[in-house]
Design a protein around this ligand. Structure first.
Ligand SMILES: Nc1nc2c(ncn2[C@@H]2O[C@H](COP(=O)(O)OP(=O)(O)O)[C@@H](O)[C@H]2O)c(=O)[nH]1
Ligand SMILES: [Mg+2]
Length: 224
């Protein structure tokens, strides 16, 4: 079974994009489940998703990065037993950071004994809002970009070339080596491209170095 997680600030378009991605994966023959972990209003139309042959579960009460990591593991195990998905797409809260999400998957793997492969964690960025958000919630967004396996610049349907270029420049300034894709969950641009990466590539894992810096290491065996 595979788990694919998204991060990105509230309103960056995660729900819209993951819904489109779920349909794309389903049309490729994957059995898809979604886990939505939100603090406020859950935007996913659960009945519509179920009518398309997918399953949705909610994890409430906090962020799966920290407070409800245990509930996340249980939800993953229950989904595995009841629905047998090939892939679970996970939308955490807008304040989740990739490091915490990686730990959540590690814990689920350890507790469940299920052979889980971990797709790259994608951080969604709203290209029309990035500069403003960096002023108000800069620390959070910078962390989401620094720790991401890849960044998706979303809502390009409402951005011109110049602001898209500026946005990519800011992201590369924060994380020079990260792969950056762009498109729109609303128009479907980039959905197929991101789906290719989600099914074919692996997440990279981070350890905090002794000096407080962060270094990357290939996401390895599940007993580590
Ligand atoms: N223009 C545009 N709006 C979008 C796009 N994706 C999502 N939105 C809108 O942005 C808002 C937040 O989207 P949502 O998917 O709920 O974001 P989330 O909070 O990250 O899950 C909603 O009003 C969406 O309709 C997009 O690609 N283009
Ligand atoms: Mg959402």
């Amino acid at each position: 079974m595979r788990i694919a997680q998204a991060t990105g600030f509230l309103g960056s378009g995660k729900t819209t994009f993951l819904t489109a991605m779920a349909s794309e994966l389903r049309s490729r023959g994957w059995k898809v489940a979604l886990i939505v972990n939100d603090v406020g209003h859950i935007n996913v139309d659960q009945e519509v998703i179920r009518s398309k042959g997918m399953e949705v579960k909610e994890v409430a009460g906090g962020c799966i990065c920290c407070e409800v990591q245990g509930t996340f593991s249980t939800t993953v195990m229950n989904l595995h037993m009841s629905f047998r998905p090939d892939i679970i797409l996970v939308e955490p809260t807008g304040v989740a950071i990739p490091w915490g999400l990686k730990k959540a998957v590690e814990e689920a793997t350890r507790k469940s004994g299920i052979d889980i492969s971990h797709a790259p964690i994608c951080t969604f960025v709203d290209c029309s809002m990035l500069e403003e958000q960096l002023i108000f919630v800069g620390r959070l967004i910078e962390t989401q970009i620094q720790e991401a396996d890849l960044v998706f610049v979303n809502k390009t349907d409402i951005c011109d070339e110049e602001s898209l270029g500026r946005c990519i420049g800011i992201i590369k300034g924060i994380n020079p080596t990260v792969k950056v894709l762009h498109g729109s969950g609303r128009t479907g641009a980039g959905v197929s491209e991101l789906a290719d990466i989600i099914v074919n590539e692996e997440s990279v894992r981070y350890h905090e170095a002794v000096d407080g810096g962060i270094f990357k290491e290939q996401y390895g065996g599940r007993n580590e």
